[in-house]
Design a protein around this ligand. Sequence first.
Ligand code: ADP
Length: 185
Amino acid sequence: MRIVLLGAPGSGKGTQGPRLAERLGVPYLSTGELLRAEAAAATDLGARVAPYLEEGELVPDDLTLEVVDRALAGGAAADGFVLDGFPRTLAQAERLGDVDLVLHLALPDDVARRRLADRDEGRADDADPEVIEHRLRVYHDQTAPLLGHYDERGTLVTVDADRSPAEVTAALDAALDAAAPRATD
Ligand code: ADP
């Protein structure tokens, strides 16, 4: 199954994504993680993406796609994937093509702000309230339009993410069951 997780920064994609991927036996791919690793490795590509990460700006598509294509190459994701952080724009969604299920982790902005400010992962883009604000704005401007895009295709399921991680996991499991009755268990 090809699954996309959509949701504002702080909505829990990085917590839920690996759980879903494990349940389905497919790889979990977080473009944020991949881009941060690239930046930390100080490769040529990493040096080019780092300034965008710091500002909470979307990394340009050609650079993002380099990282995504590399992660999807080699057949590891031939049986499916759980994508977190990609697509983030309509252009990226078109590039990705059809997916089976888009799980939207819905969270009010004030809760997202609080979670990001409290997050303790040493991420520079969580340390600055202005960068957090900017990421929320970018989410609403550029990524939220994907909700309508996938809703039209009948692949969107929205889950209330303003609950405990275990409750959100249960809701996502139920959404998966409804979409693909336990064939993968
Ligand atoms: P969050 O969802 O909390 O903002 P992510 O780890 O998903 O965290 O993303 C962190 C940063 O990585 C983004 O602010 C952006 O700079 C970059 N990024 C991640 N995915 C993409 C993408 N698909 N396109 C462009 N930039 C991306």
